[in-house]
Design a binder for this molecule. Structure first.
Ligand code: ADP
Ligand code: MG
Length: 231
């Protein structure tokens, strides 16, 4: 069985439709989608060890099948600079999550590489009852949430269609560089769109996929948060 099938089977066995962020990122890695380096810690000592291995600054987040929106429950702490702060963050995250849901099951706290701030984009997929697997692209933050500046295409997409998705959004000029900002690596986004297309075509049981945000740099890109929902 492929690693992706194994992850899906494990989730189904535990009657989970929402994959953990760490599971979703592992699926992404199998398809060559770049994600922030991560390891799940089960205690403070492990968290410190992993942070030192990844290199500071790090981000720490709750890993729980009962927490879908991690930030909203105080389950995300960014910009952790030293071992002492790792220990503090570990405690704070567990406390915050328990405050919101005393029964939340805890799979651990993930320690991950902190992706430097940059232009944020979103790649999504949704299984439409009529059209089947459909891909979505947009720029992050207000562009998606307020301006609804997004574009859709039915999967599978060609490289040409992936390029069109990027140039179609109104915010496209922001990716070309502005106010002295260097242009974003749109080739890296094309690769992510094509990989996502292949992933959702290979696995029709994926109901929803959300790479939000992806930081895009002058060279390369990095997925900071990933969500996958199964049927
Ligand atoms: P949520 O489940 O609330 O969507 P996220 O994983 O998206 O949680 O984290 C919330 C925010 O924290 C992200 O939108 C991003 O701005 C920031 N963030 C999370 N992980 C990282 C990371 N590895 N590097 C940099 N910023 C991050
Ligand atoms: Mg998120």
């Amino acid at each position: 069985m492929s690693k992706v099938s194994e992850i899906f089977a494990q989730a189904r066995k535990e009657q989970r439709k929402n994959l953990l962020e760490t599971e979703a990122k592992t699926v992404c890695m199998e398809y060559g989608i770049p994600v922030t380096k991560f390891t799940i810690a089960q205690n403070e000592d492990e968290a410190v060890k992993f942070a030192e291995k990844i290199g500071f600054p790090v981000v720490m987040k709750i890993v729980s099948p009962d927490v879908v929106h991690k930030f909203d429950v105080g389950g995300v702490i960014v910009g952790i600079e030293k071992p002492q702060e790792v220990r503090k963050a570990y405690k704070t995250i567990l406390q915050n999550v328990k405050k919101h849901n005393t029964k939340a099951r805890i799979a651990g706290v993930v320690v991950q590489e902190m992706a430097p701030a940059s232009t944020e984009v979103i790649v999504g997929a949704l299984k439409d009852p009529q059209f089947g697997q459909t891909l979505m692209f947009g720029l992050g933050g207000i562009f998606v949430e307020i301006l609804k500046d997004v574009t859709f295409k039915i999967a599978p997409i060609t490289e040409q269609e992936a390029k069109e998705m990027i140039t179609e959004v109104k915010a496209y000029p922001l990716l070309q560089g502005y106010r002295g900002q260097p242009p974003a690596d749109t080739k890296a986004i094309v690769k992510i769109l094509l990989a996502t297309s292949k992933l959702v075509m290979d696995y029709p049981e994926i109901k929803e996929l959300d790479l939000n945000p992806i930081m895009v740099y002058e060279k390369g890109a990095k997925t900071v948060d990933a969500r996958i929902i199964l049927e």
